[in-house]
Design a protein around this ligand. Sequence first.
Ligand SMILES: Cc1cc2nc3c(=O)[nH]c(=O)nc-3n(C[C@H](O)[C@H](O)[C@H](O)COP(=O)(O)OP(=O)(O)OC[C@H]3O[C@@H](n4cnc5c(N)ncnc54)[C@H](O)[C@@H]3O)c2cc1C
Length: 391
Amino acid sequence: MSAVRKVLVQGGGIGGLTLATALAQRGIEVDVVEASGPEAVLGVGLNLPNNALSALEKIGVRDTCLQAGFPFEPLVIWNAASVQVSAIPPPQGRYGSPSNTAISRPLYSGILRDAAEKAGARIITGATIWEMIEDGDGVEVELATWTGKRTPPLRRENAAGHRYDLVVGFDGVRSRIREHLFADAYTPRFTGFASWRVTMPRPADLTHIAFAMCKDVKAVLTPINADQMYVGLVTPEPGNPRHASSDFTRLLHERMRGFSGLLGELRDAITDGHQISYAPLEHLVVREPWFRGRIAIAGDAAHTSPPHLAQGAAMAVEDAVTLAAALQQHSALPAALHAWFTRRRDRALFVADMSLALLKQETGTELTAEEEDLVELGIPGAQARLAQEAY
Ligand SMILES: Cc1cc2nc3c(=O)[nH]c(=O)nc-3n(C[C@H](O)[C@H](O)[C@H](O)COP(=O)(O)OP(=O)(O)OC[C@H]3O[C@@H](n4cnc5c(N)ncnc54)[C@H](O)[C@@H]3O)c2cc1C
């Protein structure tokens, strides 16, 4: 018998929707509370490495993602003049081909949302948890209306309480469930760098991810479908400034000024008409168990890293499908959560720590002794480990 009958997931992002689908497909009743409204802007694009596709196969959406995305094999390294200097072949391992598929984020979210709803999960948008009271055999939850990241939620008058066997916080890097469990013991640490992303037409010969460094600025081109790619930039942003969005085009041009060839042409083609997304890059790892009693955290809420292995969302979907499996395999909740955390901890924290080490290495930032050991592996070594190890 499953360890739970009714679960509340806070956060209907990549991990939360995957978990909701996996649980509902097992006959477990699931509610998802998601802060954003149904029309939320969902970002640009992301790469699904083959381990993510394997996890997505477990909820039946692998083929839909492959059809909607752009599969590719090697990663190609350019110099700042956009000339290829080397390539990283796909890692050999247990997850098969294609080794990568990049996809538009809105499309990916739509696929996951459809799957969750089809499986029978209830998704409540514009909402968040107001209060959770845990007792011996359940968690009593009151919901509130989400009013924004910097304003408190609005308590719903006469709102009925709901009772759950488990509450899971898949509520991202600023997780309020993490705060509920651990107070301020874990706060995301700004890495000193930020990411810029903009969707542009795909040149016909860009059939794989290409990246290039110019001093401490990294540019990445990722094809996401037959017509589009996204241009990503990782730049030093000392002091974590809050740029006005009206300055984005000018700042992006300044930061890309050292690139030439195709990257220079793309820079010159970026205008105020493009939608540019900017995000400070943060690192956070919860090294102790990701649960207390009947409340757990997963995905970015438990481990967030810069995108240097393109594995953050992959770790969230792996967390989700393994949590659903553990809840089904164990009849006692503590045993299920313990088995799940033990299975996930080393792999997810390796991705977070390795990604930060790669960012620091690429940008000439001083490494700790542990990070020196990690960067010895390099991207090929890290990819090989992730491809060979079971999640
Ligand atoms: C620039 C960049 C590029 C990246 N590229 C890749 C890539 O190529 N491949 C890859 O695998 N990963 C990539 N990642 C990482 C990836 O985006 C994250 O790791 C992934 O989205 C984490 O999934 P999640 O479900 O844990 O959190 P999220 O996807 O962030 O979802 C959290 C959800 O919770 C909601 N929420 C937050 N607070 C509350 C609240 N209090 N109440 C209710 N709802 C709430 C949010 O609205 C959101 O929908 C990238 C990240 C960055 C910054």
